[in-house]
Design a protein around this ligand. Sequence first.
Ligand code: H2P
Length: 837
Amino acid sequence: SQPIDLRLPTPGCYADPIKAGIDADAVFDGMTEHLFFTLGKLATSASLRDLYMALSYAVRDRLMTRYLASQEAIRAKPHKTVAYFSAEFLIGPQLNNNLLNLGIQEEAEEAVKRFGIESLNDILEVEEEPGLGNGGLGRLAACYMESLASLQVPAIGYGIRYEFGIFNQIIRDGWQIEVTDKWLKGGWPWELPQPDESCFVGFGGRTENYIDDQGNYRSRWIPSEHAIGVPHDIPILGYRVNNCDRLRLWRADATESFDFYAFNIGDYYGAVEEKVASETISKVLYPNDGTDEGRRLRLKQQHFFVSCSLQDMIRSLETRNIPVEQFSENWTVQLNDTHPAIAVAELMRLLIDNHHFEWDQAWDITNRSVAYTNHTLLPEALEKWDLNLFKSLLPRHLELIYEINKRFLQQVRLRYPGNDLILRKLSIIDEEGSKAVRMAHLATIGAHNVNGVAALHSDLIKRQLMPEFADLWPEKFTNVTNGVTPRRWVALSNPELASLLDQEIGSNWITNMDLLTQLEEKENDSNFLDVFGATKLLGKRKLAGYIHRQTGILVDPSTLFDVQVKRIHQYKRQHLNALQIIAQYLRIKNGTAHSIAPRTVIFGGKAAPGYLMAKLMIRFINGIAEVVNADPDMDGKLRVVFLPDYNVKLGEQVYSATDLSEQISTAGKEASGTGNMKFAMNGALTIGTLDGANVEIRDRVGKENFFLFGKTESEIMKLRKNGYDPKQYIEKSPELSEAIRLIELGHFSNGDNELFRPLLNSLTGYDPFFVMADFDDYLLAQDRVSKAWQNHKEWNRMALLNTARSGFFSSDRSIREYCSSIWKVNPLEVEITCNIN
Ligand code: H2P
């Protein structure tokens, strides 16, 4: 069988050669066919949405060969596969990414023009993105899936197909309003439901011991409810390779959709009750930092997708006649945070109860297969489940966890004889207050590897979060600094920069970001710096247009675009940025703003619906924006924009249009950050603290090309220990005092001096995230920014060096590290041969 050239139609390999063709004619024909047969539309009456659907189906058709060939490759020859378990996959729009990775953007452009459409962009605009994540964690999972496929590593992402993703955000009277995200309402063309591969999952009930036919003493779980998981598969194509991995998301269905008995006796609601209850499991994505409501449902979601996925993985071995004993040679499971940590107990249960393994062998398989990534040190984000809740939902798992814990604590006792304090600290069961199951402990004990997501963070895991675990198993704790995919975050989102790079250094940068260092040669090339600056200006013009359309605010693309986009959270300190704006505003008002750079400060991000302080921060930013933007004194000097509904799609417009990237979290709080990487790649300079991956970004781009400020993690620790008093900092800083006084007077709330009271009380009273302590230094750093902006050539030079030296932050590098040091998997090059049909 001959490998084929995928750029060409492949007659003889397909029942329908048109579906293989990827020239403009074939794409056009594919669209026409789908309009007619799939959508029931004539080209003459097709809407933009119809054309989007038709093009998506036509493109999906063109993925199928690679997708099926990739599955065939694994079936033909066993090969270790990555199973990336994540409660969130924030994959963003799919059409353009698939066009790019297939290499047919131009062909698609030409095809859509034949339908009278001016530009492919008009069609791309229509795409609804699946908001199946809250922020960085879910987006990281998506970047990793793309890199896995591009690096030709066999992988499946396992998660939940939430019917409603992260809410859509609208801003009304300055407040965030949450609107249900109905991303599936018009049909979503990228998924392939596979009902034949559904799985059963149990909940509740009881356990019992029994003696099997061979006289063995066994335990089993008799759940009181069940749900069915129906897989929905999304092809994840690698960049210009045949490998097409899979994202398998589970939808929860009822086992019995309709209770005829209840219906017949007239209980119409009762007849669908179970169906409603089961389907609730995959109904909605839980917001980070949300309230406790629905905790039971959240645990249900976690067990639901983990159980389906593990069953699916075991079944896949069985259908390939691979003994389940060889689970860990064939699968490596990465737990993306603690959300899927129940996998440790569930895999034990499946191996022991269903496949009748002995404990030690089951434990060995589990431990060899599972690895865990920690994404946060924030105590409120480290999951703990109330013991009673856990027991009522997963009684068998709790028994297994007790046994895991018993054996583990035995090890601890040997290591630290007589040290009860350590036993209590390390136990999976938290005995303080009302008892709880600590999922990070379960994951750490069950996994062969625990990694943090940036060097500083991984170090803090060992020093602060889990020192005893790290002492017990030093070799278990590693670091893999996060990364982002250059396909989406440069090639797709910044086509101007991408084509400049193609011209200057050739197009291989897209799979080898280290090549970007060649740009350093251009740092003193005045013409090149102008061209580089001009690409940024193009991005800024586009964003300015978008801002105007969305918010009605006119912004000047020649001003410094100063951007902070991320979840709204106190530790990320959007309020520090907001206070800085007030200080600049006051300087302009007082006539002391001599050398400040004209700025457009742009915010974007969602606050968890139950997180009142974060919602107030949004209101605060909008209050400031209202005053600043209405004041003629600010014209040409200062504009403030809150961009509603920040998501992947909007991110694609923002990173390419940014001059200054705000990465200003309290040192020690942001595990890594990934927005910081996207900005640097796209030639933004960072103003930031020594936190998360900022540290590594600064090391790489050079400290002279980074605006550093703020207390270090150890200084913050010291302050906290010695009794931090924010008031001292306020008293010492005239500009800060004045800013606070203005807020107190209601200057940014139409005279209402109560509105921002909770925010002020927090900042001036306890200030948990050291905003006051860092304010003056931040303002000084902003002055350095303003000064640097005066010299455009110099700014462009620094920006260029950021791009040139950001190659390390490609997710390809991260994935290579996971593959070699944690997963021990190799690529499997997929060849396409003519006999796959
Ligand atoms: C989190 C961390 C980030 C990290 C990301 C991916 C949870 O994302 O806080 O520092 O980069 O995971 O590892 P986020 O805050 O954006 O939701």
